[in-house]
Design a binder for this molecule. Structure first.
Ligand SMILES: [Zn+2]
Length: 411
């Protein structure tokens, strides 16, 4: 009998997400390919067998009776590297102060930019590692991380270098995005700053990032400036992503389709026309329900409309100082409760489609033979408990690349 490192056996639900290896949409998002009483064998960090009749001897056996086994969560939109915190803004928000009021009183993004510019690399590593540890303990095994709290070349490079170091040191796989165009620095206009992003930053960061992102929004970067940045990014080998239509519809969704972005994120106010263009071009919609939640808004992205139009959806935390959420389980809960996604659709969006939003679906996002062994054991009998039993961590075991990082050895 073959000998392997780990055997997880007899899961009440083994949620494999097996299927086609391209982004899923419409009814496909509800198809989890669940194997009742399934087992999964892991060797050398890779899944070597999945099925109901896996006959191997294993160094470690995890009995998943009564439990649910799913792929590790992929969080495809975070701003995990930043310094300081902005909890003081909460009282202001509760009193009804607008984001602009908060900005004028020294809060908002420029507060974080100031803190991040001042922070040493060891400090950034320490603060970000704590967040990554929390993410991992809640089941995130792969994430994206954006720069964007530097807004000057030196600090943008510092953030991206920190992300690359974290990727080497931390168990979570971290994919980097250059978001120099996160905001326009004070005392500069957007055109001047766009030139700096293109002429000065891009040559300096091109080897440090996989993706290029831009905050396309009214009073930030216009679609024209955003297009310039993303097209120029492509010449440096950076794949476009975009923060689109979060506050008003500026045509961000359509621009994502035009420049061939891998994803367009937020999409609260996108037009039907723009969403249709995304669906036609296969641009993934990354929805971030934690953001309106943290901003105390009542409106969430129209996930059902997007699914009807054929947009493939992924989910992410948007972890940042204005939306400090490290837990993808909470995002799945918000997706169901606030955006009417089914538990199955939300789970596809938080795993397989999220991997697609990072171009990583060939290695992670589903439990299939030959894929990286990023596996979670949930302490509940069905994936439907994820949006149902809220406020606790349902992840009892986290396996990353075949190593058990959280969770006890089974008796
Ligand atoms: Zn963001």
């Amino acid at each position: 009998m073959e000998s392997v490192d780990i055997l997880i056996k007899n899961a009440n639900e083994l949620v494999t997400l097996q299927g086609k290896n391209t982004p899923r949409t419409k009814h496909e998002m509800g198809q989890l390919s669940i194997m009742p009483h399934g087992s999964i064998a892991i060797n050398d960090g890779t899944i070597v067998a999945v099925g109901n009749d896996v006959r191997v001897t294993a160094e470690q056996v995890i009995d998943a009776s009564g439990k649910t086994v799913i792929p590790g969560f992929v969080d495809p939109h975070t701003h995990v590297v930043f310094a300081g915190s902005r909890e003081f803004e909460l009282d202001m928000k509760l009193k009804g102060h607008s984001y602009m009021d908060i900005l004028q009183q020294g809060g908002g993004i420029f507060y974080t930019v100031g803190q991040t510019r001042k922070a040493s690399v060891p400090q950034l590593l320490k603060e970000s590692t704590r967040r990554l540890d929390t993410m991992l303990a809640h089941g995130t095994t792969t994430c994206e991380a954006k720069s964007g709290y530097g807004l000057d070349t030196k600090t943008e490079v510092k953030i991206l270098q920190t992300q690359n170091t974290l990727n080497q040191r931390h168990p979570i796989d971290i994919v980097s995005t250059f978001l120099g165009a996160h905001a326009v620095p004070k005392a500069m206009n957007a055109d001047e700053y766009t030139n700096i992003v293109i002429d000065e930053m891009m040559p300096a960061i091109q080897k440090l990032a996989t993706f290029c992102d831009v905050f396309c929004e009214e009073s930030v970067f216009t679609p024209k400036q955003s297009q310039r940045i993303l097209e120029q990014g492509k010449t440096h080998g950076l794949i476009p992503k975009i923060h689109a239509d979060e506050i008003i519809d500026t045509g961000g969704a359509a621009l994502a389709a035009k420049v061939g972005a891998i994803s367009a994120d937020h999409l609260l106010r996108s037009s039907t026309k723009g969403l249709r263009e995304m669906a036609n071009k296969g641009v993934i919609g990354v929805l971030l329900p934690g953001t309106p939640f943290s901003l105390m808004m009542s409106e969430y992205a129209s996930a059902r409309t997007m699914l009807d139009l054929g947009v493939s959806l992924a989910l992410a935390t948007d972890l940042n100082p204005n939306c400090w959420i490290e837990n993808m389980q909470f995002i799945v809960q918000l997706a169901c409760v606030k955006m009417n996604m089914t538990p199955a659709e939300a789970l596809t969006a938080a795993t397989f489609n999220a991997a697609c939003a990072l171009g990583m679906q060939h290695t992670v996002g589903s439990l299939e033979k030959g894929k990286q062994a990023d596996v979670l054991v949930l302490d509940c009998p069905s994936h439907k408990f994820l949006p149902y039993r809220v406020g606790v961590n349902l992840v009892s075991t986290v396996i990353k690349k075949g190593t058990v990082l959280y969770g006890s050895k089974q008796p």
